[in-house]
Unconditional design. Structure first.
Length: 219
């Protein structure tokens, strides 16, 4: 169906409501189980009205995914920009870890929808999302390379593999985290510690442990 109902008047608020409804359903039910009629019901519009704002189901879902990608990157970039200029490379990586999890698990159904559905999307939709996804991967590539140049990351690590493993682990939290079994703060703290200590060079790791402990380390 591609015709647009004559009785529908476009407005930004309705379009946003449709997107928010689609994001909520995609984050909970997944791509294959999310129907246009469900989106329309949740957005409080008639199903034919969806086609005034989006040419097809795939067009609507692609816009949800693109919005999620943009919001994730923007939140992580804002967290990095908020750090002091003298923040260490590993502090910056920790801030990115925390910001990523905040968006995925608390702030945005859009970002959660991306993590839970990207692998299920048709190739033509994934192709539309590739450029924005590359920008986020590049953000992490820069973070890790800066840490490597500063001597903060173990020299034996494959940075590409490390990058993909970290991002993959962060994204996967949407599949298993249950707030009834542990707080978001606890998940974030655990993730930051795992990433820092998994990446950091031995000297950097010793310095961090010493600075965070009341008990002096042995020489």
């Amino acid at each position: 169906m591609t015709g647009r109902p004559d009785s529908v008047n476009p407005n930004a608020a309705t379009r946003d409501r449709i997107l928010e409804a689609a994001a909520a359903l995609l984050s909970k039910k997944g791509y294959s189980a999310t129907r246009l009629t469900d989106i329309a019901d949740l957005a409080s519009v008639r199903a034919p009205a969806l086609y005034y704002y989006f040419e097809s189901r795939q067009d609507l879902i692609a816009e949800v995914m693109a919005t999620g990608q943009r919001r994730l990157r923007a939140h992580v970039e804002a967290a990095l920009d908020a750090l002091d200029d003298d923040a260490s490379p590993l502090d910056r990586i920790e801030a990115a870890v925390a910001a990523h999890l905040e968006v995925e698990l608390s702030l945005s159904d859009f970002a959660t929808a991306v993590s839970r559905n990207l692998g299920q999307l048709p190739d033509e939709v994934r192709d539309r999302l590739r450029a924005e996804g590359t920008k986020y991967i590049e953000l992490w590539r820069r973070l890790l390379e800066q840490a490597r140049r500063a001597g903060a990351i173990r020299p034996d690590l494959d940075l590409r593999a490390a990058r993909m493993l970290v991002i993959g682990a962060l994204n996967w939290t949407t599949e298993w985290w249950d707030p009834r079994q542990g707080s978001l703060a606890a998940v974030i703290d655990t993730a930051k510690n795992l990433v820092r200590h998994g990446l950091s060079a031995p000297a950097e790791r010793r310095n961090h442990i010493a600075s965070s402990s009341d008990v002096p380390m042995r020489p």
